[in-house]
Write a protein that binds this ligand. Structure first.
Ligand code: ZN
Length: 657
């Protein structure tokens, strides 16, 4: 592992807190050191307070920040003297510790400081870097972990046996520092947890981390436990997309909340799920408390959710005996699924959470296989896995969290999503917490958003095989489909019936009607599995209730689509699927309405552009966003008891009213 320090980059950061930001980001760039939200760093600075006195302040990573993208505002400034006095207490409960830290910061708006703050305060060095490096976990998560660590590092590091993060661990570190530290001490290894490095400058502390982790990597290499044989060539998932959707539905039922599920059928994931010793390797649990918090308990092997839930009930009873204070049962759903048929699936309340679980578990697989090649993989004790997970739940309760977004954990698909109403609908659904798949013929669909809860697929909707493939990708990426917005359509040139060619008529029917029939048919089994009931929104047109001359093909195809949707509302109601339609009119902020087209149309009616745009009963302009917001609301609780309805969104039209 190489140091990523560059003098020219470093010179752009100001002061010691600036360099603390810089080297924290360097750690965050290296995924084998730090994964999403994991790891933490600190610096001890002296600042002048309100009374003109110098005061030592511990700047420690705040919760909710990633090292890779941290800013100065992501560090919580805690009064160091108070932290050190806390460390000397006989005991301190976790909630009390959190309260003491939060109430002794010098900036009210700072994030709550890391749970490892007291530990950072106890280390007598200015800069402290902490990671859960894969190589260190592979070495320490073995029966001979302590022996290996002493062999690798000699007296360069202090070694601490596994203890749950929090007050007791911080005290053990303070104690062991006094007992074990020498002039050569540059780091600290917490068995089955991770590694710390320290220094007097940001660069020294960071480069010691790189050096210490490199030594663990070299040790693994010397024992043939670093470069493991590549798994056999990747095979396809043997599970169908519909089976994945059914699995997600059962997991949501067990969890008691909506979640997305993401499948990875890579060579690594399939080989691990098919490993002859998968039971022994995977069923011990995570490699560090940091991973327990994100991936929760042990993975589910196979896809029998009900058996997993039953086993969890026993596990809970074993680890939360009645003698302790009454405990609320944790939700019993798995977060990681290993199935020889599809490889690895990860579960998260949002698509982002699922992706984090996946990334952590892919690193866990590496750690497990390397530890096993070195000696034998050994996870944290089961009681500790339980305690960390339970403690995390308590922490979550302490945080003042708002209500989750209305579509959190749900999956939607929007057609014609690259521009206009479709694009605005993607934004409206993302803003409400849904994962969104956008389909469009335009290449720009793929890069419309760069975020884990969006997937853009280039797709010709009149190609049934391509549509089925897109739905399968949706199921493997997010676990199913809850909401479908049928927006794609073509308008065609203005033509009277006498001049209308059969091919233009056919084309309008193909895109506006037949393609939607095929899509609805293909989506029906998924919508039927939607945990909260499937929802379909059809973007119709004012032309359905009030057609105009010159648009026969468009008006007839949209009217037929609406009739199709009304029949679907009747047929699919018993499957819990509701279908509603909305009729926009004169939405001008779309690609077809350029400035010159608008000016030309307005002139033809003897109106200004402004008058033309607001030529409706309410004298108001209707935008793509207005239509998109209504489409999203039609999927939400406001319309929970409505199906088969048609709602205009046109500023009021005399012919429709
Ligand atoms: Zn840690």
């Amino acid at each position: 592992m190489e140091s990523l320090w560059r003098d020219d980059e470093a010179s752009r950061f100001e002061g010691e807190l600036g360099l603390r930001v810089y080297t924290s980001r360097l750690l965050g760039r290296e995924k084998s050191l730090v994964l999403h939200g994991g790891g933490n760093t600190s610096v001890k600075l002296v600042e002048r307070n309100r009374f003109g006195e110098d005061e030592a302040i511990l700047y420690v990573k705040g919760s909710g920040w990633d090292l890779e993208t941290i800013e100065p505002a992501g560090f919580s400034p805690v009064r160091l003297a108070h932290v050190q006095r806390l460390a000397a207490l006989e005991r301190l409960s976790d909630p009390d510790m959190v309260n003491e830290l939060v109430t002794h910061m010098t900036r009210a708006a700072a994030p709550p400081p890391s749970i490892e703050t007291i530990l950072h305060g106890c280390v007598p060095f200015k800069f402290v870097d902490h990671t859960h490096a894969d190589a260190v976990l592979a070495v320490t998560n073995t029966p001979g972990g302590e022996r290996h660590v002493r062999e690798i590092y000699g007296d360069a590091v202090i070694v601490i046996p596994y203890l749950m993060p929090g007050f007791d661990l911080a005290q053990a570190v303070a104690r062991e520092f006094e007992r074990q530290a020498t002039a050569k001490t540059i780091g600290l290894v917490l068995l089955k947890h991770g590694i710390f490095a320290f220094g007097e400058t940001a660069r020294e502390s960071y480069e010691r981390m790189i050096d210490l982790v490199s030594r663990a990597e070299q040790f693994l290499a010397r024992h043939g436990a670093r470069d493991l044989a590549a798994p056999p060539a990747p095979a396809e998932s043997e599970a169908t997309p519909l089976e994945i959707a059914a699995l997600r539905r059962r997991i949501c039922a067990a969890a008691g909340f909506l979640a997305t599920l993401r499948v990875r059928s890579t060579a690594q994931a399939l080989a691990f799920a098919r490993h002859p010793e998968a039971e022994r390797l995977a069923q011990q649990g995570p490699a560090t408390p940091d991973h327990v918090i994100r991936t929760k308990r042990i993975p589910m092997l196979g896809s029998d959710v009900e058996a997993y839930v039953a086993a969890y009930g026993e596990y809970f009873g074993r680890h939360a005996p009645l003698a302790r204070e009454p405990k609320t049962m944790l939700d019993p759903a798995p977060r990681v699924v290993l199935d020889p048929r599809f490889g690895l699936a990860s579960v998260g309340r949002t698509a982002r959470d699922a992706r984090i679980v996946e990334e952590i578990y892919e690193h866990t697989i590496d750690v497990i296989l390397r530890a096993d090649a070195l000696e034998r993989y050994e996870a944290l004790p089961a009681q500790d896995i339980f305690d960390v997970e339970y403690w995390d739940l308590e922490q979550a309760k302490l945080k003042k969290g708002g209500k989750p977004p209305v579509f959190a954990g749900e999956v939607s698909l929007v057609t014609g999503a690259a521009s206009g109403i479709g694009r605005a609908t993607v934004a409206a659904l993302l803003a409400r917490g849904a994962a969104v798949v956008g389909l469009d013929q335009a290449e720009s669909i793929e890069a419309l958003h760069d975020r884990p809860d969006y997937l853009g697929i280039r797709c010709d909707l009149t190609d049934e095989a391509a549509v089925r493939a897109a739905i399968a990708r949706t199921a493997f990426a997010f676990g199913g489909l809850d909401m479908l917005v049928l927006n794609a359509g073509i308008f065609g040139a203005s033509q009277s019936i006498a001049e209308l060619s059969s091919s233009e008529w056919r084309r309008a029917m193909d895109v506006n009607l037949d393609a939607n029939l095929a899509l609805m048919r293909a989506c029906h089994p998924y919508l039927k599995l939607a945990p909260r009931g499937g929802r379909v929104v059809v973007i119709g047109s004012k032309n359905v209730p009030a057609p105009g001359p010159g648009a026969a093909a468009y008006s007839a195809s949209k009217a037929a689509l609406v009739q199709l949707a009304r029949v679907a509302a009747l047929e699919w109601g018993s499957d819990g699927i509701r279908i509603n339609m909305l009729h926009p009119n004169q939405v001008f902020d779309t690609g077809i309405w350029t400035e010159s087209v608008l000016a030309e149309r307005a002139r033809r009616y003897g109106l200004t552009v402004e008058q033309y745009k607001t030529n409706n009963v309410l004298r108001t302009e209707v935008t793509s966003r207005d239509v998109a917001e209504l489409a999203a609301e039609m999927c939400g609780p406001l319309f929970a008891k409505t199906t088969g309805a048609q709602v205009p969104v046109d500023g009021g039209n005399e012919r429709v009213i």
